[in-house]
Ligand binder design. Structure first.
Ligand SMILES: [Zn+2]
Length: 368
Protein backbone atom coordinates (compact mmCIF):
# COMPACT_ATOMS: atom_id res chain seq x y z
CA UNK A 1 0.00 0.00 0.00
CA UNK A 2 1.20 3.47 -0.70
CA UNK A 3 -0.91 6.33 0.46
CA UNK A 4 1.68 9.03 0.62
CA UNK A 5 0.77 10.91 -2.52
CA UNK A 6 -2.11 13.25 -2.92
CA UNK A 7 -5.11 12.25 -4.97
CA UNK A 8 -4.07 11.12 -8.44
CA UNK A 9 -7.17 10.19 -10.40
CA UNK A 10 -7.17 8.45 -13.74
CA UNK A 11 -3.50 7.76 -14.12
CA UNK A 12 -1.48 5.01 -15.63
CA UNK A 13 -2.91 1.57 -15.77
CA UNK A 14 -0.01 -0.01 -17.60
CA UNK A 15 0.70 -3.31 -19.18
CA UNK A 16 4.00 -4.89 -19.90
CA UNK A 17 3.22 -4.89 -23.59
CA UNK A 18 1.62 -1.50 -23.72
CA UNK A 19 1.90 1.54 -21.51
CA UNK A 20 -1.46 3.17 -20.96
CA UNK A 21 -1.26 6.63 -19.49
CA UNK A 22 -4.92 6.78 -18.66
CA UNK A 23 -8.09 4.77 -18.80
CA UNK A 24 -8.28 5.44 -22.50
CA UNK A 25 -11.25 5.00 -24.75
CA UNK A 26 -8.83 3.26 -27.12
CA UNK A 27 -8.27 0.38 -24.69
CA UNK A 28 -9.87 -2.83 -25.90
CA UNK A 29 -12.28 -3.41 -23.07
CA UNK A 30 -15.15 -5.59 -22.00
CA UNK A 31 -17.48 -6.26 -19.09
CA UNK A 32 -17.35 -10.05 -19.34
CA UNK A 33 -13.68 -11.01 -19.29
CA UNK A 34 -13.37 -11.52 -23.03
CA UNK A 35 -9.97 -12.73 -24.16
CA UNK A 36 -7.58 -9.94 -25.05
CA UNK A 37 -9.68 -7.17 -23.53
CA UNK A 38 -9.38 -5.20 -20.31
CA UNK A 39 -12.13 -5.69 -17.77
CA UNK A 40 -13.85 -2.38 -17.19
CA UNK A 41 -14.71 -3.10 -13.56
CA UNK A 42 -11.10 -4.09 -12.83
CA UNK A 43 -9.73 -0.89 -14.37
CA UNK A 44 -12.27 1.27 -12.56
CA UNK A 45 -11.54 -0.44 -9.25
CA UNK A 46 -7.88 0.50 -9.70
CA UNK A 47 -8.72 4.06 -10.72
CA UNK A 48 -11.11 4.40 -7.77
CA UNK A 49 -8.12 3.59 -5.57
CA UNK A 50 -6.30 6.61 -7.04
CA UNK A 51 -9.39 8.73 -6.54
CA UNK A 52 -9.36 7.74 -2.87
CA UNK A 53 -5.73 8.81 -2.59
CA UNK A 54 -3.73 5.64 -3.19
CA UNK A 55 -0.53 5.54 -5.20
CA UNK A 56 0.70 2.43 -6.98
CA UNK A 57 1.63 -0.59 -4.89
CA UNK A 58 4.84 -2.54 -5.05
CA UNK A 59 3.05 -5.89 -4.78
CA UNK A 60 2.03 -7.33 -8.16
CA UNK A 61 -0.92 -8.99 -6.43
CA UNK A 62 -2.54 -5.72 -5.34
CA UNK A 63 -5.27 -4.00 -7.31
CA UNK A 64 -3.11 -0.90 -7.00
CA UNK A 65 -0.09 -2.42 -8.71
CA UNK A 66 0.89 -0.32 -11.70
CA UNK A 67 -0.05 -2.93 -14.27
CA UNK A 68 -3.24 -4.31 -15.66
CA UNK A 69 -3.70 -7.50 -17.60
CA UNK A 70 -6.24 -8.22 -20.32
CA UNK A 71 -8.60 -11.18 -20.07
CA UNK A 72 -8.52 -11.08 -16.27
CA UNK A 73 -11.25 -10.19 -13.77
CA UNK A 74 -9.23 -10.48 -10.58
CA UNK A 75 -8.37 -6.80 -10.32
CA UNK A 76 -11.99 -6.27 -9.32
CA UNK A 77 -11.21 -7.81 -5.93
CA UNK A 78 -9.20 -5.92 -3.32
CA UNK A 79 -6.12 -7.53 -1.84
CA UNK A 80 -5.37 -7.08 1.85
CA UNK A 81 -2.66 -4.59 0.88
CA UNK A 82 -5.23 -2.44 -0.92
CA UNK A 83 -7.51 -2.45 2.11
CA UNK A 84 -4.61 -1.50 4.37
CA UNK A 85 -3.80 1.44 2.12
CA UNK A 86 -7.35 2.78 2.13
CA UNK A 87 -7.56 2.21 5.87
CA UNK A 88 -4.50 4.39 6.41
CA UNK A 89 -6.28 7.29 4.69
CA UNK A 90 -9.73 6.62 6.15
CA UNK A 91 -9.15 4.87 9.48
CA UNK A 92 -11.94 3.36 11.53
CA UNK A 93 -10.49 3.30 15.07
CA UNK A 94 -12.78 0.60 16.39
CA UNK A 95 -12.13 -1.69 13.43
CA UNK A 96 -8.35 -1.38 13.53
CA UNK A 97 -7.81 -1.49 17.30
CA UNK A 98 -6.87 -5.18 17.23
CA UNK A 99 -4.42 -4.83 14.34
CA UNK A 100 -0.69 -4.47 14.82
CA UNK A 101 2.26 -3.27 12.80
CA UNK A 102 5.98 -3.28 12.21
CA UNK A 103 8.34 -0.32 12.18
CA UNK A 104 12.03 0.05 11.57
CA UNK A 105 14.71 1.60 9.40
CA UNK A 106 16.36 0.52 6.16
CA UNK A 107 20.01 1.48 5.82
CA UNK A 108 23.05 0.69 3.71
CA UNK A 109 26.41 1.07 5.38
CA UNK A 110 24.94 3.49 7.91
CA UNK A 111 23.17 5.60 5.28
CA UNK A 112 19.34 5.65 5.17
CA UNK A 113 17.78 4.06 2.09
CA UNK A 114 14.92 6.07 0.61
CA UNK A 115 12.25 4.18 -1.29
CA UNK A 116 13.12 0.62 -0.39
CA UNK A 117 10.09 -1.61 -0.93
CA UNK A 118 9.51 -3.09 2.52
CA UNK A 119 7.19 -6.08 2.78
CA UNK A 120 5.64 -8.01 5.66
CA UNK A 121 5.44 -11.73 4.85
CA UNK A 122 3.05 -13.74 7.02
CA UNK A 123 3.43 -17.32 8.25
CA UNK A 124 1.79 -18.65 5.05
CA UNK A 125 4.37 -16.93 2.86
CA UNK A 126 1.86 -14.28 1.84
CA UNK A 127 3.21 -10.77 1.26
CA UNK A 128 0.41 -9.10 3.15
CA UNK A 129 1.21 -5.39 3.29
CA UNK A 130 4.06 -3.34 1.89
CA UNK A 131 5.28 0.22 1.90
CA UNK A 132 8.25 2.33 0.79
CA UNK A 133 10.84 3.61 3.23
CA UNK A 134 10.91 7.37 3.80
CA UNK A 135 13.91 9.67 3.13
CA UNK A 136 15.26 8.94 6.62
CA UNK A 137 15.03 5.20 5.89
CA UNK A 138 12.18 4.65 8.32
CA UNK A 139 9.07 2.63 7.55
CA UNK A 140 5.84 1.54 9.16
CA UNK A 141 3.78 -1.39 7.93
CA UNK A 142 0.40 -1.05 9.56
CA UNK A 143 -2.86 -2.98 9.95
CA UNK A 144 -1.31 -6.43 10.31
CA UNK A 145 -3.35 -9.11 12.07
CA UNK A 146 -1.55 -10.50 15.10
CA UNK A 147 0.88 -13.23 14.03
CA UNK A 148 4.39 -14.14 12.97
CA UNK A 149 6.02 -12.16 10.20
CA UNK A 150 9.22 -11.93 8.24
CA UNK A 151 10.18 -8.59 6.74
CA UNK A 152 12.34 -7.85 3.75
CA UNK A 153 13.52 -4.82 1.82
CA UNK A 154 13.97 -4.93 -1.94
CA UNK A 155 14.95 -2.29 -4.50
CA UNK A 156 12.28 -0.88 -6.81
CA UNK A 157 14.25 -2.05 -9.85
CA UNK A 158 11.51 -3.73 -11.84
CA UNK A 159 8.96 -4.79 -12.61
CA UNK A 160 7.72 -1.97 -10.34
CA UNK A 161 10.04 1.03 -10.58
CA UNK A 162 10.33 4.59 -9.34
CA UNK A 163 8.47 5.69 -12.47
CA UNK A 164 5.37 3.90 -11.19
CA UNK A 165 5.23 5.90 -7.95
CA UNK A 166 6.72 9.23 -8.88
CA UNK A 167 9.96 9.54 -10.73
CA UNK A 168 10.18 13.27 -11.39
CA UNK A 169 11.43 16.23 -9.41
CA UNK A 170 7.95 17.29 -8.36
CA UNK A 171 7.08 13.87 -6.96
CA UNK A 172 7.69 12.74 -3.41
CA UNK A 173 9.22 9.46 -4.57
CA UNK A 174 12.15 10.71 -6.62
CA UNK A 175 15.75 9.51 -6.79
CA UNK A 176 15.05 6.40 -4.76
CA UNK A 177 17.79 4.14 -3.51
CA UNK A 178 17.89 0.99 -5.63
CA UNK A 179 21.59 0.05 -5.44
CA UNK A 180 21.23 -2.81 -2.98
CA UNK A 181 20.24 -6.45 -2.86
CA UNK A 182 17.02 -7.90 -1.51
CA UNK A 183 17.57 -8.37 2.22
CA UNK A 184 15.45 -10.03 4.89
CA UNK A 185 15.28 -9.03 8.54
CA UNK A 186 18.35 -10.60 10.07
CA UNK A 187 20.38 -9.07 7.22
CA UNK A 188 20.40 -12.21 5.09
CA UNK A 189 19.46 -12.80 1.47
CA UNK A 190 17.25 -15.85 1.83
CA UNK A 191 13.92 -16.55 3.44
CA UNK A 192 15.06 -19.71 5.22
CA UNK A 193 17.70 -17.88 7.24
CA UNK A 194 15.63 -14.78 7.93
CA UNK A 195 14.48 -13.97 11.43
CA UNK A 196 10.78 -14.14 12.17
CA UNK A 197 9.15 -11.76 14.60
CA UNK A 198 5.84 -11.76 16.41
CA UNK A 199 3.34 -8.94 16.05
CA UNK A 200 0.93 -9.14 18.98
CA UNK A 201 -2.62 -8.02 18.25
CA UNK A 202 -2.99 -4.29 18.65
CA UNK A 203 0.75 -3.63 18.93
CA UNK A 204 3.20 -1.69 16.76
CA UNK A 205 6.49 -3.57 17.02
CA UNK A 206 9.54 -1.38 16.52
CA UNK A 207 13.11 -2.26 15.74
CA UNK A 208 12.55 -4.17 12.48
CA UNK A 209 15.75 -2.63 11.14
CA UNK A 210 17.40 -4.02 8.03
CA UNK A 211 20.98 -3.32 6.93
CA UNK A 212 20.78 -4.13 3.26
CA UNK A 213 23.23 -6.29 1.36
CA UNK A 214 25.10 -5.00 -1.69
CA UNK A 215 23.64 -5.29 -5.20
CA UNK A 216 24.86 -8.15 -7.37
CA UNK A 217 23.07 -7.61 -10.69
CA UNK A 218 20.70 -10.53 -10.16
CA UNK A 219 17.24 -9.15 -10.91
CA UNK A 220 13.92 -10.89 -11.53
CA UNK A 221 11.57 -8.65 -13.55
CA UNK A 222 9.18 -10.94 -15.42
CA UNK A 223 6.32 -11.86 -15.30
CA UNK A 224 5.70 -8.29 -14.30
CA UNK A 225 2.03 -7.80 -15.12
CA UNK A 226 -0.82 -8.09 -12.63
CA UNK A 227 -0.08 -11.34 -10.81
CA UNK A 228 -1.09 -14.59 -12.45
CA UNK A 229 -3.71 -16.66 -10.64
CA UNK A 230 -2.62 -20.27 -10.16
CA UNK A 231 -5.08 -22.90 -8.85
CA UNK A 232 -3.97 -25.00 -5.90
CA UNK A 233 -3.44 -28.64 -6.85
CA UNK A 234 -2.16 -27.69 -10.30
CA UNK A 235 1.09 -28.09 -12.17
CA UNK A 236 2.48 -26.07 -15.04
CA UNK A 237 5.34 -24.08 -16.43
CA UNK A 238 6.20 -20.54 -15.41
CA UNK A 239 8.30 -18.32 -17.65
CA UNK A 240 10.42 -15.86 -15.69
CA UNK A 241 12.98 -13.35 -16.86
CA UNK A 242 15.36 -10.65 -15.78
CA UNK A 243 19.05 -9.99 -15.48
CA UNK A 244 21.54 -12.80 -14.83
CA UNK A 245 18.84 -15.49 -14.91
CA UNK A 246 21.28 -18.13 -16.09
CA UNK A 247 22.53 -21.58 -15.15
CA UNK A 248 23.42 -21.78 -11.49
CA UNK A 249 20.47 -19.83 -10.11
CA UNK A 250 17.80 -21.56 -8.05
CA UNK A 251 14.12 -20.68 -7.88
CA UNK A 252 11.82 -20.92 -4.91
CA UNK A 253 8.49 -19.65 -3.61
CA UNK A 254 7.55 -18.07 -0.32
CA UNK A 255 5.52 -21.16 0.61
CA UNK A 256 6.93 -24.68 0.63
CA UNK A 257 3.54 -25.83 -0.74
CA UNK A 258 4.59 -24.41 -4.09
CA UNK A 259 7.53 -26.23 -5.63
CA UNK A 260 9.65 -24.81 -8.42
CA UNK A 261 11.51 -27.61 -10.18
CA UNK A 262 13.28 -28.35 -13.43
CA UNK A 263 14.47 -25.32 -15.28
CA UNK A 264 15.26 -24.55 -18.92
CA UNK A 265 17.17 -21.32 -19.47
CA UNK A 266 16.59 -19.05 -22.43
CA UNK A 267 17.24 -15.64 -23.89
CA UNK A 268 15.54 -12.27 -23.90
CA UNK A 269 11.78 -12.13 -23.33
CA UNK A 270 11.37 -8.39 -22.68
CA UNK A 271 13.35 -5.18 -22.71
CA UNK A 272 13.94 -5.55 -18.97
CA UNK A 273 14.64 -9.27 -19.23
CA UNK A 274 17.63 -10.16 -21.42
CA UNK A 275 17.72 -13.63 -19.84
CA UNK A 276 14.91 -15.99 -18.96
CA UNK A 277 13.97 -19.43 -17.73
CA UNK A 278 11.05 -21.80 -17.87
CA UNK A 279 10.43 -23.35 -14.48
CA UNK A 280 8.19 -26.29 -13.64
CA UNK A 281 5.72 -25.29 -10.94
CA UNK A 282 3.76 -27.66 -8.67
CA UNK A 283 1.19 -26.39 -6.19
CA UNK A 284 -0.08 -28.70 -3.45
CA UNK A 285 -3.85 -29.00 -3.16
CA UNK A 286 -3.68 -27.83 0.46
CA UNK A 287 -1.39 -24.87 -0.27
CA UNK A 288 -2.38 -21.68 1.55
CA UNK A 289 -4.32 -19.36 -0.72
CA UNK A 290 -3.34 -15.80 -1.55
CA UNK A 291 -0.37 -13.88 -2.92
CA UNK A 292 3.05 -15.55 -2.89
CA UNK A 293 6.54 -14.49 -3.88
CA UNK A 294 8.71 -16.03 -6.56
CA UNK A 295 12.41 -15.67 -5.88
CA UNK A 296 15.65 -16.42 -7.66
CA UNK A 297 18.90 -16.89 -5.78
CA UNK A 298 22.57 -17.30 -6.52
CA UNK A 299 25.39 -17.54 -4.00
CA UNK A 300 24.20 -15.13 -1.36
CA UNK A 301 21.97 -12.88 -3.44
CA UNK A 302 18.23 -12.96 -4.09
CA UNK A 303 15.71 -11.13 -6.23
CA UNK A 304 11.95 -11.35 -5.84
CA UNK A 305 8.69 -10.92 -7.64
CA UNK A 306 6.69 -9.71 -4.64
CA UNK A 307 3.16 -11.04 -4.98
CA UNK A 308 4.13 -12.45 -8.37
CA UNK A 309 1.67 -15.32 -8.11
CA UNK A 310 -1.68 -15.62 -6.35
CA UNK A 311 -2.83 -19.10 -5.35
CA UNK A 312 -6.57 -19.55 -5.82
CA UNK A 313 -9.15 -22.31 -5.61
CA UNK A 314 -9.71 -24.27 -8.81
CA UNK A 315 -12.69 -23.12 -10.85
CA UNK A 316 -15.96 -25.00 -10.41
CA UNK A 317 -16.03 -28.32 -12.28
CA UNK A 318 -18.88 -30.33 -13.78
CA UNK A 319 -21.14 -27.35 -14.36
CA UNK A 320 -24.69 -28.39 -15.23
CA UNK A 321 -27.23 -25.85 -16.42
CA UNK A 322 -30.89 -26.68 -16.94
CA UNK A 323 -32.69 -25.81 -19.03
CA UNK A 324 -29.75 -25.26 -21.39
CA UNK A 325 -31.64 -22.72 -23.45
CA UNK A 326 -34.69 -20.54 -23.19
CA UNK A 327 -36.59 -17.66 -24.67
CA UNK A 328 -34.81 -14.32 -24.98
CA UNK A 329 -37.66 -12.72 -23.09
CA UNK A 330 -36.44 -14.44 -19.93
CA UNK A 331 -38.68 -15.35 -17.05
CA UNK A 332 -37.60 -19.00 -16.81
CA UNK A 333 -35.92 -20.32 -13.67
CA UNK A 334 -32.42 -21.75 -14.35
CA UNK A 335 -30.69 -24.30 -12.15
CA UNK A 336 -26.91 -24.28 -12.06
CA UNK A 337 -25.06 -27.10 -10.31
CA UNK A 338 -21.37 -27.81 -10.05
CA UNK A 339 -18.68 -29.23 -7.86
CA UNK A 340 -15.99 -27.26 -6.15
CA UNK A 341 -17.80 -24.02 -5.51
CA UNK A 342 -17.05 -24.11 -1.80
CA UNK A 343 -13.82 -25.18 -0.26
CA UNK A 344 -13.70 -27.48 2.74
CA UNK A 345 -12.96 -24.77 5.22
CA UNK A 346 -16.04 -22.84 4.17
CA UNK A 347 -18.29 -25.86 4.32
CA UNK A 348 -17.94 -27.04 7.89
CA UNK A 349 -20.28 -29.95 7.22
CA UNK A 350 -18.11 -32.45 5.47
CA UNK A 351 -14.72 -32.77 7.09
CA UNK A 352 -13.66 -35.77 5.02
CA UNK A 353 -14.37 -34.07 1.70
CA UNK A 354 -12.30 -31.55 -0.12
CA UNK A 355 -15.16 -30.05 -2.03
CA UNK A 356 -18.80 -29.48 -1.36
CA UNK A 357 -21.33 -27.77 -3.56
CA UNK A 358 -23.74 -26.60 -0.94
CA UNK A 359 -22.72 -25.33 2.48
CA UNK A 360 -26.10 -26.32 3.87
CA UNK A 361 -26.03 -29.97 2.83
CA UNK A 362 -23.63 -32.86 2.97
CA UNK A 363 -23.92 -34.10 -0.58
CA UNK A 364 -21.72 -37.19 -1.02
CA UNK A 365 -21.51 -36.79 -4.78
CA UNK A 366 -19.48 -33.69 -4.20
CA UNK A 367 -16.76 -35.44 -2.24
CA UNK A 368 -13.58 -36.45 -3.97
ZN1 LIG B 1 -2.77 3.51 -11.55
Amino acid sequence: MLSHSSIVPFLSVQTRSRQLSRFSISMPRARSGETGKYDIQSVLTHEAGHFLGLDHAGLLSSVMTAYGAPSQLDQRTLAYDDMAGVTEIYPNPSAIASLGGLAGTISAGGTPVFGAHVVALDANGTPLVSTLSLPDGSFQILFLPGGTYRVYAEPLDGPVTEQNVGGNSSAFYYKLGTGFGTTYYGDVSDLSRSQAGTVPAGTLVRGADIHVLPATGLNLTEPGAFAARVPVGSTGMLTVGGNAITSGVTFSASTSSMGLGSTTFGGSIATDAPTSAQVAITVASNAPLGPKNISVSRSGSTSLLSGGVVLVNPPPAGIQISPSSGANAGGAAVNIRSQCIFRRNRCGKCSSCQWHDDPGRNAPECCR
